[in-house]
Design a protein around this ligand. Structure first.
Ligand code: IMP
Ligand code: MG
Length: 371
């Protein structure tokens, strides 16, 4: 997850930085100069999008030149309407002049067709066209483009003069519309329900990051970090680590995986306030929790599973039935309310957690593939 911004209702992620744009403009300027070295070209910007490109371009252009603008419009929101209107026309005769059109972006080419239509009747000496961004995959026209700054795939971009419903023009870098949402699953269930086992299988299948708050805490404890010392004082007694500590740690872990396809949260959230914090935190990134999958297993089966695991896990909280009961009690009083939280949002999926590992995995996959 690189830098994300929100414009109106949509999220955009960082795509091209200002430095790369600057280099592309240097290259455009030198190509134009090579062709028109002894001319005095009129650069015509297509408003609104090209105003920043124009400003940067002409300040790099070292010879005499003139500047003018026309205003065309075809876009509404994030898609072209196909109909191009001239909103502000030319205020100068171009007869006998060498004209270079500067476009911010050429997408379908509808605007370009209109440009040729407007300028071809003007008896110019020569007509050239430069665009900063070009989308070859969507360009449908058989029209000539003389100079191309940066070719980009079919993505809706904002920044450096380009807008989404008039916002984003002032961004120095270019951002692309975010379409690839993460898959974020909360794996839920009592201690011993099989969350860790299932998470391991699911993370490979869906290429997700398995984030077990318990494992992260145990790592901190093993490394004797500040966080580890705080966590230890709670965990060894089978109690929940305070929300503020857990939430900060979780954010840290999520932010370590900036290109993740999504996360399996295992052991988080455990309280309503953690669930709210997770929603808010993912929301800032334009992401959501897709669903909570709960592995449902009767308590007597759980106790025997945990005692069994305790023989090899070395976990202090697995060692006695008393500590296990404290954890069940924590679950009952704090965690099980989460069921309601996700149910209200249509995101609760209960799975029978008794059966073979494969059977349970299959049941979970069915849920994940449908959310
Ligand atoms: P075309 O007519 O489809 O080639 O689109 C050209 C015009 O559409 C540009 O001048 C922009 O105003 C707008 N446009 C096309 N693609 C984008 C984009 O990715 N972001 C913002 N505006 C765009
Ligand atoms: Mg434009």
């Amino acid at each position: 997850m690189s830098k994300i911004i929100k414009l109106h209702d949509k999220f955009f992620k960082h795509y091209i930085d200002a430095e790369q744009i600057d280099k592309a403009i240097d290259s455009l300027v030198s190509q134009v100069l090579d062709d028109l070295d002894d001319e005095e070209p009129v650069f015509i910007g297509i408003l609104n999008g090209s105003f920043i490109f124009m400003a940067d371009f002409i300040r790099k252009y070292p010879s005499h030149c003139q500047v003018n603008f026309v205003k065309l419009s075809s876009y509404e929101g994030t898609s072209s309407t196909g109909k191009v209107n001239q909103v502000i026309g030319l205020t100068q005769s171009l007869e006998g002049k060498t004209v270079v059109i500067l476009e911010d972006v050429i997408d379908t080419g509808n605007t370009l067709a209109k440009i040729y239509e407007i300028f071809e009747g003007m008896n110019v000496k020569e007509l050239k066209l430069a665009t900063l961004f070009f989308k070859p995959d969507v360009f449908k026209k058989d029209l000539h483009i003389d100079y191309i700054g940066i070719s980009i795939p079919d993505r809706f971009v904002v920044g450096y003069g380009l807008d989404y419903n008039e916002l984003g023009r002032n961004l120095k870098d270019v951002y692309e519309l975010k379409t690839d949402n993460m898959k974020n699953i909360v794996l839920f269930g009592q201690p011993g329900a099989g969350k860790g086992t299932q998470a391991d299988l699911l993370k490979d299948r869906y290429n997700l990051i398995h984030l077990s708050t318990g494992d992260v805490f145990r790592r901190h404890i093993a490394e004797n970090t500040d966080l580890g010392r705080i966590a230890k004082s709670f965990m060894n007694f089978g109690e929940l680590v305070p929300d503020s500590v857990t939430i900060e740690m979780l954010k840290d872990e999520v932010n370590k995986h900036r290109t993740a396809n999504g996360f399996i949260f295992d052991g988080f959230p455990r309280t309503i306030s953690q669930a709210q914090a997770l929603d808010a935190f993912l929301g800032e990134k334009g992401e959501i929790v897709n669903g909570l999958i709960s592995l449902e297993v009767p308590e007597d089966i759980l106790v025997s599973r945990i005692i069994e695991r305790g023989k090899t896990s070395g976990r202090p909280d697995d060692q006695s039935e008393e500590k296990i009961r404290i954890r069940f009690n924590e679950y009952e009083t704090k965690t099980s309310v989460l069921k309601g939280y996700y149910m209200e949002r249509g995101k609760y999926f209960g799975i029978n957690g008794v059966g073979s590992i494969d059977e349970i995995t299959e049941a979970i996959i069915k849920v994940i593939d449908n959310i």
